[in-house]
Structure formats: structure tokens, C-alpha cells
Design a protein around this ligand. Sequence first.
Ligand code: GLC
Ligand code: CA
Length: 549
Amino acid sequence: MEQTKWYKDRVFYQIWPRSFKDGNGDGMGDLWGVCEKLEYIKSLGCDGIWFSPIYPSPGADCGYDIADYMDIAPEFGGMEAFQAMLKRAKELDIKVLMDLVVNHTSDEHEWFQKSRQRIEPYTDYYIWRPARPDGKLPNNWDSNFEGKAWTWDEVRGEYYLHLFAVKQPDLNMDNPLVREEVKKILKFWLDMGVDGFREDVITYISKKEGLPNDHLFPIYKGMPNYNHGPHVHEYLMEFKQDVLQHYDCMTLAEAPLVSPKKALTYIAEDETGQMDMMIQFQCQCADCLFTDYLPTKFSLRKMKRAFSSWQHKLRGKAWNMLYLENHDHPRILPRYGSLDYWKQSGKTLAASYLFLQGTPFLYQGQEIGMVNWEPSDPEMYEDVQTRYNYAHSNLNKPLDVRLKKMWRSSRDSARTPVQWDNTANAGFTTGTPWFYVNENYPSINVAQQEQDPDSILHFYRKAIALRKRLPVVKEGEYREHFPLSSTQYVYSRQMPGEKLLVVCSFTGKVTPLRIPKGFDLSHAEVVLQNYPDASAATLQPYECRVYLW
Ligand code: GLC
Ligand code: CA
């Protein structure tokens, strides 16, 4: 079937279902709630949704531990609510992406239950290793979430590998039967009318033969032996050839530790490509070293280098996925922007990425400038990764210091319920919310920003409308100007007949406006701004302007 690459013209909205909107009053977000809000999503200019997992799951990793791939969790409304939602999404011309999590399953998945009892054909569905005579673990790999990557299973009398939580055993993708299961899952959802998949840590699915010890990495030990493993491209090509290419669908690969060059080995737009777009992490590392748990001071230059290198290196060869936030990182505004200039920096952040080449994604709440949740008690954290990290780091530091570190690093900082209005529980639920609502909801919420034409919400609407109206945003050549500036991000997009210049200040100081050579402002129109007057020769704190020729 012809792949029309429809995703290049769309803007996606990521729903993390537990915290999006509760429709039945039980305190947990669900698909009835999503249905209620589809028109809101569309009103932003978003015409695609990526759903974080909505399958039946015990919830050890908030749904990323799947117990049944071919059903919808009852708490989210089951298959009936899903199909109603899908129908309504189609009426509104909103594409729907499911989260495909096949590096691992839940330990409560039937496959694992049978595998641990050696019931065929499931015996080799997972990665099992016997005990060693020296009493050591099968190898020295760390899990990404909870200590070592191996857990002993009493039932089977062997260790199983889990690169994430203990309750997330890794599938053995080298087993052709497992790959057939993946293809069945893909077909099942595509036949139901879903438009594609976001593929969870998909670069981890092929482990180096023999699972050798890792002597390279100080943290996340083992990663070089399973990230971009020996058969990953072969397996992904199999999924493409046997299933995906027979549908007009798209795939988005999540890829920790990936360079643009490496990305091309997955998403090149020629017959070698196996997927369409990639979630890279470099754009998240302007204020940390590789993980949010190793924070550093925000460096605008680092951010610009990340943005620009992906723009340049993928141009003409592959298509960028653009994002600032998702459910795995604290909110972007307090990290790359400034709480002192909350509204201005929220808008500047939007302008800094919405005019790049690629397909933008917004994460729920980003469009109203939601900020990090700051719990007063570590027990309030829910996330498995956060809880493990809290229990194992900075043990000699006082409570307030440890808590502050968690606010900056925890994924839960961005997982509180969406703040819809200023009524109880931010309008998220009429019941008792499953998780804490950020206390700032009376001042940061959708209803208030709908009323305020100058809100971050309306800025997102305008920016998205603009990007959809201007062909140069899709096609134009990207250039970064003044790359050495540590206070301004200036980039242009250019094609015959249309030219765009985006100027973003990332400082609380007033700075001189610098316009690159060849851009004559006297002929330009300011098409987007976040201060009333966009004619001054200086930029106000976190000011942004978009000029059009
Ligand atoms: C991905 C998901 C994350 C999840 C992990 C394990 O990184 O985005 O939320 O915890 O994979 O599935
Ligand atoms: Ca509910």
C-alpha cells in the first residue's frame, strides 16, 4: 500500500491516560474523559494523538507493563469506550497512535506465567538463565529502574532478565514465535483502524549474543550490549515487510542514546528505513548528563546544538519528531524556561520548537504551561524509578535537599492530573483523584486560559495554526544564527518565496535584538510575539518574535 506520509502535516498530542481526564468519577483518567476532550485537542490544532499504554496492566510502571496486548484496560473503559473514542477521533480527523511496548511484558502476562512453568510454546518467550556455580548473577547488567537486571524466579528455578522493573521481564525477540506475536499485535490494532505506533525502547529488543558483561558503562551497565543490538534492524524490517508496509500507517521509535547518524539507520526515507520517526533524547539533555538524575545547569547552547544537529543531519534523508515534554521527564518550563517569567518563557519555549522541520508533539498540560509537582513527602511518589532512586541516593543529605532533587528529576513531576479549571481537583475528576493534583491549579488551568487571549494556551493555538498555514515550516531550509549566543536562539526557515525568522530570548535580562545579515526587518511582518510591542531594538526577558517575509 502507498505510504502517504500524512504525519508530516500533523501535530500530535500525547495523552498519559491516568492523568488526562476522568469520565466516570472513579478518580482515574479514562477514555470517556478523552472522548469528552477530543474537540479541545482538535481546537489546539492537534490532529493526532499518541496514547501512552491503555491495555490491561497491573500498573507496576503505569501501564508500560502490559498483561494483555489485545484489549483495553477496564479502568480506561474497555474496548467499547476505545472504539467509541476511535470513531469520534476519525470523525474529527484525528489520527491515533498506540504505544507498542514489546521489549518486555508484565510478569502477569499469560506468556510469562506459562514460560516460568515451561509450558510450550512459551518456554523461550523470555530470557532465562540458570544459577551459576559461583553464585553470581548471569551477568553484570543493571536494570534501568530497580537495581540489577536479573531476578530469580522460584517457579522456574532460573533468573529472568528485566531491563526495567522487576515486574517487566524482557521478551526474547530472537525467538521467531515472539516476533510472530508482535506482528499479530500490530495487525490487530491496524485492522481496528489505528493509524500507527509509538514503539517503546524499541532499540533494546536485540541483545548481544551470549549476554556478555559490560566493562564500558559506569551507569546503566549493560546498555552497549543491548541498545542497537545485533539483530534490531533485521527484526524491525521483518515487522515492516510483513505488516506495516501493507497499511498507510506510521511508526515512531523511542531510542535512548541515539545520534542523528545512528537514527538514519532506522528511519532513513529510503528502502532501508524500518520506521518513520524517532524520539531522541538529546533535546532533553541541555540541563543534564544523559539522565534527569544527573542534572546540570541549563545550557542554551547545548539545547541549540541538539536542535540544530538533528535539523541538519536528517534534512532530506529522514523526518524529525519534535518535542519538549513527555511522561518521562519533569516539565520543561522550570528547566529550560523560568518560573519568574512563567508566561513569557512558556511561549518562547513553544516558538523555539514549533517552527522547526518535523512533526511536533505536545504533552498534556504543556499547552497551559504546567510546571513540576513538588510533593512534601517522598512517600507521595508513585513512579517505580523515582522510588528506587530516592531510596538509593543522597542518603546522607537532609530531607529538603533530597526532595528538591526529586522534584527536578522525577517523572512524577509531570504526571499529575491535567488542570482543567479551578474547581475541586482541578476539574480532573468528581471523585478522589488517583494521584495528587498540583496545588497551583487555581492559577494554572485550561478554563482560565481559554478566557485570556494572552494565555500560553492561545499562543500554542496561534503558533500551530501558523505552522500549518506556512509551507516554509514544512519544507524550508533551516539555519541557526548566532550559535555562540548563550541568551538567544535565532533560527530561520527559507524557501523560494517565503522566509521565516524566529528569535527567542532565553534570559531574564533585556538583551539587544540581533538580526542576521540579509534579513531586512522593514519588509517583514511580525506574525507571532509574546510582548505587546514587537518593534523595539531590544528583547525583553524571554521575548520571542516570529518574522515573515
Ligand atoms: C519507555 C517509556 C517509559 C517506560 C519505559 C519502560 O522509556 O516511555 O515510560 O517506563 O520505557 O517501558
Ligand atoms: Ca475513570
